[in-house]
Design a protein around this ligand. Structure first.
Ligand SMILES: [Mg+2]
Length: 269
């Protein structure tokens, strides 16, 4: 074999190796998505999910009514949007079918489509608050580029008081504490936070690993059901990135390994 054909063979080998690596990564992405199928089935089809959502908003109504009033400070309820008040599971199901990882551009296309549906009990709860002297604040980490589409989607679903004052999307940080503080500084008595992610209850767990996140919950366990109301979300969340440092920057293959390494398993004996 002369030098030219040797060189050509090396290029072909390199291209083949690159192709294999790409293939392995796509297979791992598909496998990650496949791991969501049962969670999606539960979220979209089970009466149990529906019941948990109603339970959350029934508790929220009681907690709102029981919260003491402060003179001169109107009551407010701060809620997250995605998988708290609105259901985006069709986007996750699309990821499975299309073999795609989460990406900002496809997520934005989904939000622009304004097809999110209401979580069971969410609209009635929001209407209850706004018709009983409270103000709903919708604090979400959706991008400001998707502001108009988000507002329109919420209004179409019947959420009340959806406007420039009450809808607060991500500005410079996904840590919601600054936005929570701003609402309080405007004179509101925030009596209740509702979310599907611990970050919806303050900045204490922002960018923290799962041990710290669990410790926050243990320390504040009395607040759940009275000041904090949580909705179940097995599809995604910061609990997933809490599995390892730098999780979001891992390849699909590394994410698969990390997920498996985090299982607490019986030894079979
Ligand atoms: Mg959410």
């Amino acid at each position: 074999m002369n030098k030219v054909s040797l060189c050509g063979a090396s290029v072909v080998m390199l291209l083949t190796l690159a192709g294999c690596a790409q293939n392995a990564e796509q297979q791992a992405t598909d496998q990650l998505n496949q791991q969501s199928v049962m969670a999606l089935n539960w979220f979209q089809q089970s009466g149990e999910y529906q019941a948990l959502a109603y339970q959350a908003f029934n508790f929220a109504t009681l907690a709102f009514d029981n919260a003491p009033s402060l003179t001169g400070k109107p009551k407010a309820v701060v809620v997250d949007l995605d998988e708290t008040m609105i259901d985006n599971s069709a986007y996750s199901a699309w990821q499975v079918k299309a073999g795609k990882p989460f990406a900002d551009d496809t997520w934005s296309r989904w939000t622009q489509a304004r097809q999110a549906t209401a979580i069971p009990g969410a609209v009635s709860f929001a209407q209850y608050v706004n018709s009983h002297g409270g103000t709903m604040f919708y604090v979400s980490n959706r991008s400001k580029n998707d502001y108009a589409a988000t507002v329109e989607n919420l209004q179409r679903l019947g959420f009340p008081g959806v406007n420039q004052k009450t809808v607060r999307l991500s500005s410079d940080s996904s840590n919601k504490q600054t936005r929570f503080d701003a609402i309080k500084a405007e004179g509101y008595n925030v009596v209740l936070y509702i979310g599907d992610n611990l970050n919806d209850f303050g900045g204490a767990t922002w960018h923290q690993g799962n041990p710290q996140r669990r410790s926050f919950v243990s320390q504040n366990h009395r607040l759940f059901g009275t000041q904090f109301i949580i909705l179940p979300n097995p599809l995604y969340g910061d609990w997933e990135s809490g599995l390892a440092d730098g999780y979001n920057k891992l390849s699909s293959q590394q994410k698969l390994q990390t997920r498996a390494a985090n299982l607490k398993a019986w030894d079979g004996k």
